[in-house]
Design a protein around this ligand. Structure first.
Ligand SMILES: *Cc1c(COP(=O)(O)O)cnc(C)c1O
Length: 413
């Protein structure tokens, strides 16, 4: 398959026709079948599901069909799935409602140091409102030790929230073990599975998950729609107050086209996940191998095997990740440098610092995330461009010159 061509303007360069999209952890292209499934609900079946007339029934049926598809992907019951406006809302809802709803039982919450900002900043907020938050360390590969979770539990603990897979370094957490510990102690367990939903097989029952956040746009669905799984028997207060939608706990007229799109994305994932994982893992490992062997002074961030199939995160010494991103951008290759750029701050990513990287190494890290559509040709072209760009940036780096002149010639970072 050849590289997809589109007309885009980057840095004032009109008519750039090359596009290699390696930023799928930030968002994905809507799958053609998803778009096709959504269109009728924007055009013909636009009824409000809460209305009584005939048009509303189409919307209601489509919503319930989507709910069943999303539930099935994680072995949940349809009545345990609630649609939201995205992963951020699902995380906020789970954490805030469990926290404030269980205030009489305790005020202690356990999370990891590498959670997404949707969880981190919600915890900041809860911390300012009387809750005591434990931020667990991770190892050098980004893994939470389940024994650390056990040790952190105290009489006041009401919630454990550990992400299923990390959005920056791709590390998959030992969710099953953590779920078991939480259940043994009778403590609610939430997981931010936005990066894992549709990319990793999930079974909420087998893994003792009480609450799970998912999002549409990380899995070839549309933006602005997400879901929260709430295990049957767990009582959750609403975050949004208003109408009686979503069994009375998530008010607001449903985003029916978005919900239909997320449902279709879940069906596609159900059918193609196994094949996609095999294909992406092969390409991922090929890319990692080439970058580590062909570009000197590099290191893989994250776990070598307990890793999302589409995630490659590399620390390039003696360069700024942002500079590499710009050079690649100029060639029509789109990547990410983690959260530093998004926040517009110069602070390195909290995830890269948590796995023990020095500030300058964290700043030289770049994330490449593949999709089911990524080809070997694209990966090879991206690697060639990285090689060339890194060499160019290092030529201009006084630190690199010093390092070489001092005769230090270690390949590790
Ligand atoms: C993208 C992401 C979110 C936020 O989801 P939105 O749908 O963009 O609000 C939360 N957690 C993780 C791990 C993510 O990758």
């Amino acid at each position: 398959m050849s590289t997809q061509s589109i007309e885009i303007t980057v840095n004032g360069d009109k008519g750039m026709s090359k596009k290699i999209y390696l930023d799928n952890a930030a968002t994905t292209e809507v799958h053609p079948e998803v778009l096709e499934a959504m269109l009728p609900y924007l055009k013909d079946y636009y009824g409000n599901p809460s209305s009584i007339h005939g048009l509303a029934k189409y919307a209601r049926d489509a919503r319930e069909h989507a709910r069943a598809s999303v539930a099935e992907l994680i072995n949940a019951e349809p009545k345990e799935m609630y649609f939201t406006a995205g992963g951020t809302e699902s995380d906020n809802w789970a954490l805030k409602s469990v926290a404030f709803g269980n205030r009489s039982k305790g005020n202690h919450i356990v999370v990891s140091k590498i959670e997404h900002h949707a969880v981190m900043n919600t915890c900041d907020f809860l911390g300012k409102n009387g809750f005591d938050i434990t931020y667990l360390d991770v190892d050098e590969f980004g893994r939470v030790n389940p024994e650390d979770v056990r040790k952190a539990i105290g009489p006041e603990t009401i919630l454990i929230s550990i992400m299923y897979a990390n959005n920056e370094i791709g590390t998959i957490e030992p969710i099953c073990e953590i779920g078991k510990i939480a259940r043994e102690h009778g403590i609610l367990f939430h997981t931010d599975a936005v990066q894992a939903f549709g990319h990793v097989p999930i079974d909420v029952k087998a893994e003792n998950i009480d609450l799970l956040s998912a999002s549409g746009h990380k899995v070839y669905g549309p933006k602005g729609v997400g879901a929260l799984y709430v295990r049957d028997g767990v009582k959750l207060e609403p975050l949004m107050h208003g109408g009686a939608q979503e069994r009375g706990i998530r008010a607001g007229t449903e985003n029916v086209p978005g919900i239909v799109g997320m449902g279709k994305a879940a069906e596609i994932a159900k059918r193609g996940m196994g094949r996609d994982i095999v294909k992406e893992t092969e390409l991922r490992d090929h890319m990692i191998h080439r970058l580590l062997t062909e570009v000197p002074f590099t290191k893989l961030n994250g776990h070598r095997f307990e890793r999302l199939s589409g995630n490659v995160n590399i620390a390039f010494r003696f360069i700024e990740g942002e500079s590499l991103l710009m050079l690649l951008n100029h060639k029509g290759i789109f990547v990410s440098t983690g959260s530093a750029c998004a926040s517009g701050s110069l602070d390195p990513s909290h995830v890269l610092l948590a796995i023990g990287l020095k500030h300058e190494v964290a700043h030289g890290s770049v994330r490449f995330t593949l999709s089911y559509k990524t080809t070997e040709g694209e990966v090879d072209e991206a690697v060639d461009a990285v090689k060339e760009s890194v060499a160019r940036l290092r030529e201009m780096s006084p630190l690199y010159a010093d390092h070489i002149n001092n005769g230090i010639n270690k390949k590790e970072v």
